[in-house]
Structures are given as C-alpha cells and as structure tokens.
Design a protein around this ligand. Sequence first.
Ligand SMILES: [Fe+2]
Length: 243
Amino acid sequence: MFFRQLLAKDATLSYFLGCGSCHVGVAVDPVLGDEDWFIEQAAKQDVKITHVIDTHVHADHYSGGRALAERTGAAYCLHEANAKRVKFGFAPLVDGQRIDVGNVFVDVVHTPGHTPDSLCLVVTDKRRTEAPWFVLTGDTLFVGSVGRPDLAGQEQAMAGELYDTLQGKLMTLPAEVELYPGHTSGSACGAGLSGKPMSTIGFEKRWNPMLSMTRDAFVAALTAGIPPRPAEMDRMVAFNLGN
Ligand SMILES: [Fe+2]
C-alpha cells in the first residue's frame, strides 16, 4: 500500500492512501485548493482516485472534497446522516461498510460526538495481515486531545456521545493500531492538541487525559474548555453543505 499525510491550511491533516499494485487510491479530508496535490500524488503513484471521503461536514475549513471528486471522477463520500442537509449528490457511507481499495480495506466506523455525522476509517493492508494497521480519526480523537463537541449545538449531549464513541468504538481497537488525526496543534476543532501528527491507540489510551475519565467528568471537562468558534464557520459549513 501507499500512504501520504499532508499538513494543509489551518492545521488540518489530509490523507491519500491506496494500493499501488491495483492502481487505486482514496483521498480523505482534502482542503479546498489542495486538489492539485492529490492529482499529482495520484499521477506519481500511477493510481486512479476512486473515492474522496470527508470524515464529517467541516466547520473550520472549506472542503476540497467535491471539487477533487468532480475533477477525478471519484465518488464523493460522506456519512449517510447528511442525506437531508446536503444540497448535492454524494455516496452515503454507513457504519460497518467496507471500501475495497485493491489490497487495502477501508472500514467505515460511525463515530458521532464531534458532529453527528463524524466517521473514522480503519485501514487494513491485507498483503500484510487481515488485522487493522491504522485508523484515520478525523476530529473524533486527536493526539493528546479529543474533538470539540459543540459545533452542531447541544454540546452536553454531544460530549456524552463522544465519550461513548471513544470508549465503545476507538478504544476497542488493538493497542498497536496507529492513529492519524484530522488536525494537529493550532486547530480550532479541539483544545490541547499535540503537534505530533500521529500516535497509537495504546499510547493515547495510556496518556491522553480525556481517555481516563468517567463519563460525567469527561462531559464536564470537555464542555468547560470549549475554544472560540472558528472564524467564518457559518460560511464554511454552508459551502460544505452546497448552500
Ligand atoms: Fe471538524
């Protein structure tokens, strides 16, 4: 398999991964303006981009997902929860769905909390093993932190959902699974993020302060430390919804 991480605008991390032998690749969370980077990477790897996935409808940057999908003929994918809000056609992803990318599997896990439509992508290289190798966590789990719960409103309820997602879904992955988040330090999507752009499930389980709390303490801590809302948030969300 091949795997690339791109440090994009506003401390956003984008990803491009896939199978070189089968000439197929998937772009994750591209930022508007970075379409050429993905197209150049695809040419270098000699792969066709088959899927462009946004891990959620972003509130802190303009997504390049639709533009990249249109330019490459890839399917633009979002979680199915967006069916009624989004004003354009997209391929709806559901929890438990497996996307075959040549010798690579991308398994969709619905992980509500940061937003109701958030998803994580568990990636396996079947040439190595059928066990998962790494997870793209979007804005659900960061290195040293977790996603803010308030951008869709109802921050208390969303913080509780995020706790259930983290403990019930991500923390059940094997400790050696690598974690690649949707942001690094400097992002408006969370507080206290590390500047290191990857970690492992086991390291975060042991050292991420948000993962060793009771549910009540987690909700209280997360809703007490909410950063200011991203500038231009309403315009960004409207653009990303196609309004
Ligand atoms: Fe986000």
